[in-house]
Ligand binder design. Structure first.
Ligand code: ZN
Length: 180
């Protein structure tokens, strides 16, 4: 992941220009210009590819309004009008990017861990700056709880982010000892 400094943000936007609203003359002024480290470039790129696939079969509109780091993982916000199907695919692509950022060093793109200190970061050992990793409860690494409301009733489903394959895998909350 060397050589990722410099204009990676501009290059990324130019590679996926239809997802960003900007003046061709001033790509740096584009809305949605990623406000995060270069280590997350690859996962943003993956997300953009997935969103473009979702838009291909949809006549709707889409643009990023903000991409930033928050609480040590990525947040990607968008505006537009899409079919429910395309919208769901876009949201899933964004969820995958967020899950991936939580295990990817924001500086270099190698595998990272959540670290404490003055503020939370996701960093590899080499870029930890001495910040200690925050231990997860054993077996709960990469677990994402998704809450739903159906007919006024609340319930939760669980999924695990599979870093190797960059997919979510549904898991039974009961098997994790999580109370709904
Ligand atoms: Zn690193």
């Amino acid at each position: 992941m060397s050589g990722v400094v410099g204009n990676w943000r501009v290059e990324l936007i130019e590679a996926h220009r239809n997802l960003f609203q900007s003046s061709a003359d001033f790509p740096r002024a584009a809305e949605g210009l990623p406000e995060c480290g270069a280590g997350w470039r690859d996962l943003i790129d993956r997300c953009c590819v997935r969103i473009r696939e979702a838009l291909e079969t949809d006549g709707g509109t889409f643009r990023f309004t903000q991409i930033k780091e928050k609480y040590a993982s990525i947040r990607m916000y968008w505006a537009g009008r899409l079919s429910p199907e395309a919208s769901a695919r876009v949201e899933k692509a964004i969820d995958l990017a967020e899950a991936r950022s939580a295990v990817t060093c924001e500086v270099c793109g190698e595998e990272g861990r959540l670290r404490g200190g003055a503020w939370l970061t996701t960093r590899c050992e080499a870029h930890s700056e001495g910040r200690p990793p925050i231990e997860h409860r054993s077996g709960l690494e990469n677990i994402h709880l998704v809450r739903h409301f159906v007919d006024g009733r609340r319930f939760a489903t669980c999924r695990r982010y599979d870093h190797q394959n960059d997919v979510f895998v549904d898991v039974d909350p009961a098997s994790l000892g999580i109370e709904e």
